[in-house]
Write a new protein. Structure first.
Length: 223
């Protein structure tokens, strides 16, 4: 059983979550989340990383090598075939190049956040539980590129932006489950909600308890 199927079983069979896909489609005219934990008043949207952003690096990079304005911005002139490391070392504006690479790598995570905030909001309205918490769970089973520190940084920026610009679409927490490089099962991180007020602590407690249950269910050696 893959990670996504295992996690679904964990939520439904061991935590009493309602699989929203099993509810009437007509109830959700504008999209929907994946699961509803009625006891915890929580809507959970699950996203599974299915490709490595490295697969987009080569065409992205090639366009910049061929673009004269990019050369002016510091991209070295390339003759023949060279390694990425050589181009990176030869770039005259490392800060700019790093920013561009970060933006490319973060795109998948940003897409998850943008779609999830709308799905969670629509589900709250459809289920008439506007005071419910909304969580995003990101699963990573096979892509080593998405290291926890990088995911944490990208998600924190996105959550802060949402809280400021569209607070009605706020996501209360994100839980990243990273099993991409595990030889022994360990929980990598439970996050990503920095409570601004005392009242904001409860979402962390809900995620923390779910994570402890998951660690036990999955056989992690630590929680």
């Amino acid at each position: 059983m893959n990670l996504e199927s295992t996690f679904k079983e964990f939520l439904v069979k061991h935590n009493g979550a309602v699989d929203i896909d099993s509810l009437p489609e007509a109830q959700f005219p504008k999209g929907k989340g994946d699961f509803f934990l009625e006891e915890k008043r929580s809507i959970i949207e699950v996203k599974t990383i299915s490709s490595d952003r490295a697969d987009a690096l080569e065409p992205w990079f090639q366009k910049r090598v061929e673009n004269s304005s990019e050369v002016k911005n510091g991209m070295p002139v390339v003759f023949g075939t060279v390694s990425f490391e050589q181009v990176y070392e030869g770039h005259s504006n490392r800060a700019l190049f790093n920013k561009q690479l970060d933006s490319l790598a973060a795109r998948t995570l940003e897409d998850y956040i943008r779609s999830s905030k709308k799905q969670i909001h629509a589900t709250k309205k459809a289920l008439d539980c506007k005071d419910a918490y909304g969580f995003l769970v990101i699963l990573n089973e096979g892509f080593e590129f998405y290291e926890t520190w990088f995911v944490y940084r990208v998600i924190q920026v996105m959550l802060q932006r949402i809280a400021t610009e569209t607070p009605h679409l706020k996501i209360d927490g994100v839980w990243y489950i990273n099993e991409s490089t595990k030889k022994i099962k360990e929980i990598d991180v439970v996050f990503i909600h920095e409570p601004e007020e005392l009242d904001d602590i409860l979402p962390n407690k809900i995620l923390d308890q779910l994570a402890r249950n998951w660690a036990s269910y999955r056989g992690y050696i630590s929680t």
